[in-house]
Structures are given as structure tokens and as C-alpha cells.
Design a protein around this ligand. Structure first.
Ligand code: ADP
Length: 490
């Protein structure tokens, strides 16, 4: 058993029971959380099942009216306290995250701070939920709008950002007055439960903040179909997103879905090749490539293909892979052995059709004793091969030569996904033509990452519905009401 507790400055952050209605619930059974770097057990966690989910939804519904009526300034103070506590415990939260998910410790702490940024932003935005007055075409009448919280929100989150996906989704909901029920991924419930412990310390009233852990297939339907739930916020695969949307459709519930991606990373022949190579390394190997915004198809204009391949080969060979707690490690293990198998299959299928492995290209599970796959660079994969069509979700960069802008836009859009895209060029005309031509919700130009608390995060097509972040998040979690007042003239 990995000794997580002894690594924590504040061991009481290690919570293993669900957090429902202000108390810790043991559940009828338990499930194991494992360290993917060495396959040892980290903890066993409560499975509260459908009954626990019902209890949490009931508690949230009971807290709804009081929380919605709490002054926005008071809500802002509580949310801000949560932020401050998260930052105060950043190191411990980073340790918990790195242990259950496997990203390098420094990156894990970075995720905690990134996620906390959304909490701080949401606290500030709580005070800025405005309506408007509207001139209406009726004599003796006035019209105005008010924005009010939607009600109880179910938040279902993935394992690749165990902390930030919760804070990004939940803090705006909480700030505008919605009680929440979180269901974290079964691989990474400990970060969620540590956040719940800090939420309890921050002073959210009973029932406003709940975390239910356990099997998705039992908990999911309660969170999507209970009458008391107004909205479902989900980050995860397109397949599960579609299922949840279908379940939510029965009650015409609101959904905000942040789903899979197949990000193009476009390098034009006028780009700074060294900077593009640095950017790709940064974007591609974050979380071991297990992010929905990870560069998935690297399109390179033919004139610079050889130079970029060389620049990348040099860098990929130097990427340090190993235990997340080892100094200097840039890539940790994948989430589990199945993920290693999946990535291995994608690479083998590509090489079987003629792709060339320039660096890496193999599982390191045996050598390193965990779910490791080598940082990899391949060229010459067929654009119709599984590695181009699917989200790789692993540390593999695959380069595709392209001729001109028309071909680039066509290929970039030849996917059902539309989350993130990246473009490296120094030509202002190309920036406008390509960013307007590609169908993606977020585009980084000469930038390998796009997320920040201030900006909209979300996708088009099968990458989702709605936007998290910035002023847009508050809109997602509020209803717009119109009031018409008539007969005010004597
Ligand atoms: P990934 O492929 O990254 O694991 P998933 O979409 O499978 O992504 O998981 C994202 C979240 O959705 C996790 O919290 C997972 O437990 C949850 N989930 C998976 N299947 C279901 C389901 N049938 N109902 C509700 N939640 C689900």
C-alpha cells in the first residue's frame, strides 16, 4: 500500500468516505484507488451507490432555497475562503493528485493552482450577476430581466484533471447560488474528497456541497434523472456525454458537456520551428498526453517537415519519464494498464500501415513497473489510420505533411470533434483565415495551451455544449427570467 498519509502535512485531507449533507458517509461497499506508477493500493473509498446519490440530491434540494437567497456577497466570501484554503494546502493536494492520477508532482501542484484560479474568479463573479431593463412596446409597462441560479447541479468529472475539472465546473455554480452534487471518476476520488474537506472548512452550509463516490452506472442515472436536479455538468468522453444527455432529455434538463477532442496542431512554413517544437512538447506531454485538448494530429507544411521532425526528435528523446515523485520527471504513467495497451495498439496499427517510429514507440510497463508508455514521435501515419481518427490519450505525437491552407483547413475539420486547435505562424493573414476556417471552440496561435479562468472553455460539434470559464460560466448556471410589469401609468 502506498503510504499517502505520511506524505501529507495535513493528513486530515485524506478522506475516503463520501461527503453528503455535511457529513462523511461510509457506504455499503468500498473500492480500491491505485497508484498507476507502481500499481499499489493507495486507499479504499466508499461506494455509496444509488442510495447515497439519492441522499445527496435530496440534501442539495433541501439546501437550494437558502443558498439561492444567501447574499451574493456572502456566497462570494465562502467561495473565496475555499480558494484560499486550496492554495494554503496546494502541496498536499498536489501529492494526493499525483499519487492517484500519476502526473508529475510539480504538474499536479500546478493543476491545483490552475483549478483554484477558477474558484477565485467565480468568487469575484458572484457579485456581478446582472439583469437589464428593457423598453417594451406597451403603454404603462416596464420590462426587465433577472438572472437566477438554475438549482441543483450534478457535476460528473474525469480522472485526467482530478482537481481542476471539479473547481472549473463547480465554483461558478456555487458562486451564483446552485447547490452541487459531484461524482468524481472512480480512479481519482481522493482529490475530490480533499476538496470537500476544504469546502466544509470554508463554511458552505450543509447540503450545498456534496461528493458521492462509487460506481458510475448506479450513481449516474440518479444524478441525471432525479426531479430535483436542474442541470448536469459533465466532462469526459463523447460516448458517456451522449448517454448522459439522453438520460437528461427525459426531464428536459440543462446540460453543459465538455467532451472529447482531436486537436490539430498546425505548423505553417513561416513559423518559428524551434518555438513550434517547444510548444508541441509542452502541449503534447502535459498529463502524459491524456487531455482532451492535447495536440492529436500535427499538420506540418512540407517545406519545414524535415526541420521540425529533427527539432522534435531531439526534444522527445530527452523527455524524462518516471515516477511522478521523482525530481525532474516530465511524464508519469498512464492512468492504467488498459490505457497502455490502447496506445500500443494505435501505434502498432499506424506502423503496420507504413508509419515510422522516430522516438519511443513502446510500452515501458515492464522496465518501470507501472502503466508507462515511452514519449513517442512518429511520422508517415496514414491520415485515415486509427491514430489520426481517435483521441490518442497518450504521449505520442504523430506528424502529417500538408501542402497549403485549403488542405490544412479541410483536414483539420475532417473530424466529428471541435474542441481545441493550435496554429503556429507569423503571418497575420494566415492567423485570421485559418482561425476563422477551422471549427474548434478554442484556438491557440503560437500558444500550446488555451485555458485560463478568464476565458471561455468548451467545444463545438461532438466536443460538447456550453462554455466554462470567464463571464460565460455564470450564464451557464443561471436562468434568464423576463418580467413585464403593466398598468403603472395613472
Ligand atoms: P474517460 O474515458 O476519460 O474515463 P468517461 O467519460 O468514461 O471518461 O468518464 C468521465 C466521468 O463519467 C467519470 O466520472 C466516470 O465515472 C463517469 N461515467 C462513466 N460512465 C458513466 C455512466 N454510465 N453514467 C454516469 N457517469 C459515468
Amino acid at each position: 500500500m502506498s503510504d499517502l498519509k505520511s506524505r501529507l502535512k495535513d493528513p486530515s485531507l485524506l478522506r475516503t468516505d463520501s461527503f453528503i449533507n455535511g457529513g462523511w458517509e461510509k457506504g455499503a461497499s468500498r473500492f480500491d484507488v491505485n497508484n498507476p506508477a507502481n500499481r499499489t493500493k493507495v486507499a479504499d473509498v466508499a461506494d455509496v451507490g444509488a442510495a447515497g446519490a439519492k441522499q445527496a440530491v435530496k440534501a442539495a434540494a433541501a439546501a437550494n432555497l437558502e443558498w439561492r437567497r444567501t447574499s451574493p456577497f456572502e456566497r462570494a466570501r465562502i467561495v473565496k475562503r475555499w480558494h484560499d484554503l486550496i492554495m494554503e494546502h496546494q502541496d498536499d493536494l498536489g501529492v494526493i493528485l499525483a499519487m492517484e492520477m500519476g502526473k508529475p508532482l510539480a504538474e499536479a501542484k500546478g493543476e491545483v493552482a490552475y483549478g483554484a484560479g477558477f474558484v477565485e474568479w467565480a468568487a469575484e463573479e458572484a457579485k456581478r450577476v446582472h439583469g437589464e431593463t428593457i423598453a417594451v412596446p406597451f403603454p404603462g409597462a416596464r420590462g426587465w430581466t433577472i438572472r437566477q441560479p438554475v438549482g441543483v447541479v450534478s457535476c460528473i468529472t474525469p480522472w485526467n484533471f482530478p482537481s481542476a475539472m471539479i473547481t472549473r465546473k463547480c465554483s461558478p455554480a456555487l458562486a451564483v447560488g446552485c447547490p452541487i452534487v459531484i461524482k468524481p471518476a472512480a480512479e481519482t476520488p481522493l482529490s475530490a474528497l480533499a476538496l470537500a474537506e476544504l469546502a466544509a472548512r470554508a463554511g458552505f452550509p450543509k447540503g450545498v456541497f456534496n461528493v458521492v463516490t462509487g460506481e458510475a452506472k448506479h450513481i449516474g442515472p440518479v444524478l441525471t434523472q432525479s426531479d430535483e436536479v436542474a442541470m448536469i455538468g459533465f466532462t469526459g468522453s463523447t460516448q458517456v456525454g451522449a448517454l448522459l444527455m439522453e438520460q437528461a432529455a427525459k426531464g428536459i434538463k440543462r446540460v453543459a458537456l465538455e467532451l472529447g477532442g482531436n486537436a490539430p496542431f498546425i505548423v505553417m512554413d513561416d513559423a518559428d520551428v524551434e518555438k513550434a517544437a517547444d510548444g508541441l512538447i509542452q502541449g503534447k506531454f502535459r498529463a502524459g498526453g491524456q487531455t482532451c485538448v492535447s495536440p492529436n494530429r500535427v499538420f506540418v507544411q512540407e517545406a519545414i517537415m524535415a526541420d521540425l521532425t529533427e527539432a522534435l526528435a531531439e526534444r522527445v528523446k530527452k523527455v524524462k519519464i518516471g515516477d511522478p515523485f521523482e525530481e525532474g520527471v516530465q511524464v508519469g504513467p498512464l492512468i492504467h494498464d488498459k490505457a497502455v495497451e490502447r496506445v500500443s495498439e494505435l501505434v502498432s496499427a499506424a506502423t503496420a500501415k507504413g508509419a515510422k517510429v522516430v522516438a519511443g514507440g513502446k510500452s515501458l510497463a515492464k522496465e518501470l513497473g507501472g502503466s508507462f508508455y515511452a514519449p513517442t514521435l512518429i511520422t508517415g501515419a496514414d491520415i485515415s489510420s486509427s491514430i489520426a481518427v481517435n483521441e490518442i490519450f497518450g504521449p505520442v505525437a504523430s506528424l502529417y505533411p500538408v501542402k497549403d491552407e485549403a488542405e490544412i483547413i479541410k483536414l483539420a475539420n475532417a473530424t466529428p470533434y471541435g474542441l481545441a486547435a493550435y496554429l503556429y505562424t507569423r503571418d497575420a493573414g494566415r492567423v485570421h483565415r485559418i482561425t476563422e476556417g477551422v471549427d474548434f471552440g478554442m484556438i491557440g496561435v503560437n500558444a500550446p495551451m488555451v485555458g485560463s479562468p478568464a476565458t471561455p472553455f468548451g467545444g463545438m460539434k461532438q466536443s460538447g455544449i456550453g462554455r466554462e470559464g470567464g463571464k460565460w460560466a455564470a450564464e451557464e448556471f443561471t436562468e434568464l427570467k423576463f418580467v413585464l410589469l403593466s398598468g403603472i401609468d395613472e
